[in-house]
Write a protein that binds this ligand. Sequence first.
Ligand code: NAD
Ligand code: MG
Length: 330
Amino acid sequence: MTQSSLPKPSIAIVGYGSQGRAHALNLRDSGFDVTVGLRPGGPTEAKAKADGFSVKAPAEAVREADLVAVLTPDMVQRQVYAEALAPNMKPGACLLFAHGLNVHFGMIEPRDDLDVILVAPKGPGALVRREYEIGRGVPCIWAVHQDPTGKAKQLALAYADGLGGARANLIETTFKEETETDLFGEQAVLCGGASSLVQAGFEVLVEAGYQPEIAYYEVLHELKLIVDLFYEGGITRMLEFVSETAQYGDYVSGPRVIDAGTKERMREVLRDIQDGTFTKNWVAEHEAGLPNYNRYKQADLDHPIEVVGKQLRAKMVWLDNSPKEQKEAA
Ligand code: NAD
Ligand code: MG
């Protein structure tokens, strides 16, 4: 259902990871001319070639492109833009991001002649590809930061349409709103909030003497059922499917765990995001070689829930435990 009235820019995708691969494949299947820009000999070059793309160094890939999508990790985008994109992009070309962080916090100040847009799928790359392949899509939010050519909006809509996002929903936003809500969502709820909630629930049960295997099924495994119901029909649908006892427990105990204090700390997290404290600390951490990041990650990997989880998941032979790269390529 690609709309024929929308423009068909030639596209260079820089970065071929979670988002880059999904965007490149969906856009090619939607009829766009796609080139992939990667460091020669980098870890994902072979994959992009195996998928049939013409792969060039970023500086070469962007030279002829009408639109350049920056899909490297956020912390290297500033350098990639300065070294490969700014000196080589065509006058009046379009620079696209899937997350507004670098532009919103001023780490990248794009050339005045470039259109600068955002198309952020609200889902991981593997899902962006899988949904497209089965004729569906992941909702996308889009924004225009600067529009010297007057074509920025149409380009954002064309790109989002090519990704399959228009099949689900497209919502206009700003770089500021996308950046701040995306960081807040992943920190307070999706990644940070959910993993800390699960770990704490597991610890409480195990410290009280219950079997770790049962604690694992209770607080981690069963979460999938709940999240699938949220996804299908919101909290309403979850309440329809759980028992009356579970509902009553939800009403009386949920607010004891997530109370006004939790909400106030969520606001502190949001303030740190809005005033740039989080991003300043993250840039410094990245520049220092990730000492704290690596320590925090190791602590998560060493948590007892991961030990018992590995054993229990081994019994569910149908689960896909392949490495991230293989899973995304499947
Ligand atoms: P990723 O880590 O999965 O992939 C990064 C890619 O960039 C890899 O191909 C890597 O080899 C390449 N790369 C790394 N350094 C490079 C360099 N110096 N020059 C050229 N290529 C380089 O990244 P990702 O998770 O897909 O994130 C890409 C962008 O998409 C980010 O802006 C991110 O915030 C955004 N985003 C990610 C998700 C997600 O679910 N992962 C969702 C929405 C938006
Ligand atoms: Mg994010």
